[in-house]
Design a protein around this ligand. Structure first.
Ligand code: SF4
Ligand code: SF4
Ligand code: SF4
Length: 246
């Protein structure tokens, strides 16, 4: 019997699920041969609740999402957070800098009274999560790697070193040398430093490494005459939840 896999979404842009669908034809066939996808709103109308592995996209931003998420945890043997919103709270947590009343009024104006909201949070703020597929959006190669490891009964290996390692291996000129700030020294690798390869800088979408070397980030800022405030604004984009709850 093939393991049964389900995909769920909470508050998100659904870009990570879309990326899962961007697998090449060969990869998709390989996946469909190995697992039985029983629940995936974006691709099929038929839904079953007998899944073994649940991939959960999105952060939690309403009380009503919590019981739905808990039901998934109760059913699934393995829960995997899919993408920055689910893994670290991501950009939805930007509203946590406001009161919830202000956030609702900003978005819905006079209709705010019809809606409810709570401070946004990653799914592991509700219950323990087994594994994480980081990024905004996710890297499909990493999704396949995690799924293959789960099917083989192994623990998926997710990098726990900074983006700088991959950036140096890619032969990039450091963003700091180009007068910009970058969160690569404290951000979890696994994306191949794709943003720096493309001429930009790291925004920290894969979250912090387990033991970020904040002193090293400070030393770099000092070396280039930059202030902590200049990186904090970038840090907030994806890592507000870590910042607010630290
Ligand atoms: S992590 Fe990014 S791409 Fe994925 S659902 Fe959230 S906002 Fe969309
Ligand atoms: S600070 Fe940014 S640009 Fe510089 S090496 Fe690290 S990831 Fe690359
Ligand atoms: S370079 Fe940074 S912002 Fe870009 S994908 Fe990698 S972790 Fe995310």
């Amino acid at each position: 019997m093939k393991p049964k896999v389900a995909f769920f979404d909470f508050t998100s842009c659904e870009g990570c699920q879309l990326d899962a669908l961007n697998l090449s034809g060969e990869e998709l066939l390989e996946l469909l041969n190995a697992v039985d996808i029983v629940n995936f709103r974006e691709v099929k109308t038929e839904r079953k609740d007998n899944y073994d592995i649940a991939f959960v996209e999105g952060s939690i931003t309403r009380e009503s999402e919590i019981p739905r998420l808990q039901k998934i945890r109760k059913q699934a043997k393995v829960v995997v957070a899919l993408g920055a919103c689910a893994c670290i709270g991501g950009i939805n947590c930007l509203k946590n800098h406001l009161t919830m009343e202000k956030a609702l009024k900003t978005v819905y104006k006079e209709d705010a009274k019809y809606y409810d909201t709570i401070p946004a949070r990653p799914i592991d703020a509700v219950f323990p999560v087994d594994y994480y597929v980081h990024g905004c959006p996710i890297n499909t190669a990493e999704l396949i790697k995690v799924l293959k490891a789960l099917l083989l009964g192994k623990k998926p290996e997710i990098p726990n070193y900074p983006v700088c390692v991959e950036c140096k291996m890619a032969g990039n000129v450091c963003t700091f040398e180009r007068g910009m700030t970058c969160l690569g020294p404290v951000t979890r690798a696994g994306c191949g430093a794709i943003c720096v390869n493309g001429g930009r800088f790291c925004w920290g979408c894969r979250g912090l490494v387990d033991e970020p070397n904040l002193d090293s980030e400070r030393d770099i800022l000092q070396k280039y005459g930059l202030t902590v405030d200049q990186v904090v604004e970038k840090f907030k984009i994806y890592n507000t939840y870590a910042e607010v709850t630290k």
